[in-house]
Design a protein around this ligand. Structure first.
Ligand SMILES: Cc1cc2nc3c(=O)[nH]c(=O)nc-3n(C[C@H](O)[C@H](O)[C@H](O)COP(=O)(O)OP(=O)(O)OC[C@H]3O[C@@H](n4cnc5c(N)ncnc54)[C@H](O)[C@@H]3O)c2cc1C
Length: 540
């Protein structure tokens, strides 16, 4: 699109470089191709698929329903693809993504097993210089970070890990050939979503399973089942409208909601409503009443409902109590969705270990030690999550105007305009970046929205013969303040969650996603575009 100096042409130059080949990177590539732009995707993994390529732990599964968690950009695609279950499993989502790559002929612009290590903005040429760990040196007018919100797996620094004589795994880097724990003594560290999905399956294999828990999580049954063909037929016969409603919704899929407060109905009615959501299963629970995420007293009624359920399922009262969250509101850490999680603690071969009472002191050659006991283990599974939202971005050496690094700029926490751009870094876009709804939503809806917005922006630049776009610092300040304001009007900041960066030692505590809702957010982004990219500087 822009005039490329001769010496840069000699290197390899593209209109755009895209980092990451998950749902975001693939759709971005498809859109750029459609605009006639040249693009190269770099992906660190040996295959495409992002989250669904890496997270192959037993029980890995989507907790947004299949008919929602899929691309909407092609009606032919959404009509022809058949999901088999209410919630798709990791292998099924991975084969879907591979199908999409083949169907839209995306592979030849994707370079696998290549990690982008640096992206440097050249103010003289208005281009990005991209470097990879394979020695690639290319330039691009635009750089799109599709690096994922949950792609930088965190293994906690525990003394002695290198001395462990067994095998250890992270759920986010699971071996492709799978792991058979039959007959083994296995320790799982962490009790977030990945642990909650995998523990019931590992417990059926292992001789002995030790679950090392610091913070218990609220989890609701998935009620997974083969996809109801009548439901599928109904959605497919009206898919365009179904998608429209999802885009305008709060979380990127439609849940039956209400305007009622949990406190304005009788205790019996409240119980009935909670029971009905519990039996339906899944993330819709958060919408049982309008004020569950904004009013602590309302939320307490839901938290109490969960604790009563846990106590009814888990036979050992002390274990049930340990599994019952008491120090943060329900829904303010991502609600987990499970199949037989709590019931697994009724098995004789499963032991829950309370790390709050006795933290891990060290990993030893034969297991793990707390001040209270030594646990002999053959395998350790780290289900310890990710450096969410900023980890993958900040592990790249990104330098904008005047050579300032993104790490410097975000030292006190991420600052973006709309979650898609950051001042001082022209022509750099972050798909589902901090400050956008991202992890609080059905992420495919948020990904498609960002990709379409970026693609439309590039068309605008082309049509107006412009070389670039850059967020203004004042617009960014205003957006950061707005994200904070709406975040702090909810109960979310009351939890020490990965939304707040609390799972990574030393990470600034900032509520990173935009909680205002997917539909509202889309409207704000569209308004910015309609006003000629208000809040951005357009570069000649
Ligand atoms: C276990 C798990 C379950 C989830 N379940 C749900 C769910 O139920 N519903 C939902 O909406 N979302 C869910 N998510 C979130 C999920 O990440 C998104 O839905 C979606 O897959 C994100 O796609 P993406 O393309 O943005 O990022 P990713 O899928 O994370 O892809 C990013 C890719 O970028 C690559 N990359 C990163 N840095 C570099 C670099 N420097 N160089 C080259 N390549 C790089 C990574 O290797 C990765 O493949 C889940 C996430 C996890 C981890």
């Amino acid at each position: 699109m822009s005039d490329v100096p001769q010496e840069e042409k000699a290197a390899r130059d593209f209109d755009a470089v895209i980092v990451g080949a998950g749902f975001a990177g693939l759709y971005m590539l498809h859109r750029l191709r459609g605009l006639g732009l040249s693009a190269r995707v770099y992906e660190a993994g040996r295959g495409i698929g992002g989250t669904w390529f890496w997270n192959r732990y037993p029980g890995a599964r989507c907790d947004v329903e299949s008919m929602d968690y899929s691309y909407s950009f092609s009606d032919d695609l959404q009509q022809e693809w058949k999901w088999t279950e209410r919630y798709a499993s990791q292998p099924e989502i991975l084969s879907y993504i591979n199908h999409v790559a083949d169907r839209f002929d995306l592979r030849h612009d994707i370079q696998l097993e290549t990690r982008v290590t640096a992206a440097l903005f050249n103010e003289a040429t208005n281009r990005w210089a991209i470097q990879t760990d394979r020695g690639d040196r290319v330039s691009a007018q635009f750089c799109v970070m599709a690096t994922g919100c949950l792609s930088d797996a965190q293994v906690p620094k525990i003394k002695g890990l290198e001395t462990f004589e067994g095998t250890w795994y992270h759920t986010g880097h699971w071996p492709h050939e799978g792991v058979d724990f039959t007959g083994q003594r296995v320790g799982v560290i962490g009790t977030g979503s990945s642990a909650i999905q995998s523990i019931p399956i590992m417990a059926r294999q292992a001789a002995q399973l030790f679950v090392f828990q610091r913070t218990p999580n609220f989890s609701i049954p998935a009620r997974n089942a083969p996809l109801d063909s009548e439901y599928e037929r109904r959605v497919k016969s009206n898919y365009l409208e179904f998608r429209r409603q999802a885009r305008e919704s709060r979380v990127g899929f439609v849940v039956e909601g209400t305007d009622q407060s949990a406190l304005e109905v009788s205790p019996e009615e409240r119980q009935r409503e909670y029971e009905s959501r519990w039996s339906r299963g899944g993330l819709g629970f958060n919408a049982t009443f309008a004020d569950l995420l904004t009013d602590k007293a309302a939320n307490d009624t839901a938290a109490e409902f969960f604790r009563a359920k846990i106590q009814a399922i888990v036979r050992d009262a002390a274990v049930a109590e340990l599994l019952s969250p008491r120090d943060y509101p329900v829904g303010t850490k991502r609600l987990c969705v499970d199949t037989n999680y709590y019931d697994t603690f009724n098995r004789d071969n499963v032991t829950l270990v309370d790390l709050r009472r006795a933290p891990i002191e060290a990993i030893t050659p034969h297991g793990l030690r707390t001040p209270e006991a030594e646990y002999e283990l053959d395998s350790i599974v780290f289900a310890t999550g990710f450096d969410a939202m900023t980890g993958a971005l900040l592990s790249i050496d990104i330098r904008g105007r005047t050579g300032k690094t993104l790490r410097e700029k975000w030292a006190a926490g991420p600052r973006t305009y709309l979650g898609v751009a950051t001042a001082g870094f022209p022509n750099l876009f972050t798909i589902t970046g901090p400050g956008s709804p991202s992890v609080l939503s059905n992420m495919i809806v948020s990904i498609e929205q960002h990709v379409d917005w970026i693609a439309d922006c590039l068309v605008y630049l082309r049509e107006h013969d412009l070389g670039g776009i850059e967020a203004n610092a004042e617009a960014e300040d205003g957006w950061v303040a707005h994200v904070n304001e709406v975040g702090h009007a909810t109960l979310y900041p009351l939890a020490s969650s990965w939304y707040m960066g609390a799972n990574v030692p030393g990470k600034p505590r900032i509520f990173m996603p935009y909680v205002g809702g997917v539909g509202v957010y889309r409207q704000k982004c569209d308004d910015v575009a309609a006003k000629g990219y208000e809040g951005f500087a357009l570069i000649a």
